[in-house]
Design a protein around this ligand. Sequence first.
Ligand SMILES: C[S@@+](CC[C@H](N)C(=O)[O-])C[C@H]1O[C@@H](n2cnc3c(N)ncnc32)[C@H](O)[C@@H]1O
Length: 265
Amino acid sequence: MRKFREQPFEKPPEEELPPPVGPRAPDAIDRLIAEHGPATICAILAPVLTEARVARIEQVLAARLGSILPVVEDVYEPHNGAAVIRSAEALGLQELHVLETGVRFQALRGITRGCHRWMDLARWRDARACVDALHARGFTVLATTPRGAMPLDAVDVSRPVAIVFGNEHAGLPEATIAACDGAVVLPMFGFTESFNLSVTAALATSQLAARRRAFLGADGDLDPARVAHLRARWYALKVRGAAGVIERAVSARTHGDVAPEPQSP
Ligand SMILES: C[S@@+](CC[C@H](N)C(=O)[O-])C[C@H]1O[C@@H](n2cnc3c(N)ncnc32)[C@H](O)[C@@H]1O
């Protein structure tokens, strides 16, 4: 039988890395969007994209949910880090926050398959700072632990919810649990004492996202400015050499040159 060989963690290019603390820092694409405006970026790049791609981006944008937000603390296994990102993106969640109080977050690229690019990843070194920032944005912040007092079903989804998951070994530190607004349990009925971290994150966020969408009566909840920015960002991520295409188109508009050639799908 062929032996499974673990793929080493690949460090993403520097500009894809979020800042050491806080929300994702603007990268080259964000800067182009800020300079020219999202509508201009979309007008330049839309002819380079296939109709199917544009339609898919609109479909995903319409279902993007910002008000259910997973937070993971000190994940050891890159497989788990990647699985958390992949499930969150597949569920249509826009943000993942990573607490690195002791362990640098890593995600196996072979498992994420690049899906982290569509999300906003924030990194924090201090649980209190992360929780305070989420409170300031109106989130209820809940810890998860097999010894939690509140069953997941009882979580109030009429407000945005951030849900915090601990690592594979010790789970969440007491200080993080204390900083949160409550501790949630996913009921278990077997002999096993806890779920796997990435399984818990998928189970919990899947249920919370479904209930939040039912509460909102809509799949997506991002405000129009964020949708416009993401549309321009995702167009740019889908076009090879987008920065060059944009610069040439802006220059052509200024000097009356020709439009860019469409790329093959
Ligand atoms: C493998 S578990 C850690 C187990 C650890 N020994 C503990 O007691 O917390 C990894 C993470 O998954 C989440 N988790 C696992 N099972 C859970 C459950 N039944 N209810 C709530 N959270 C759970 C928690 O966030 C936990 O920190």
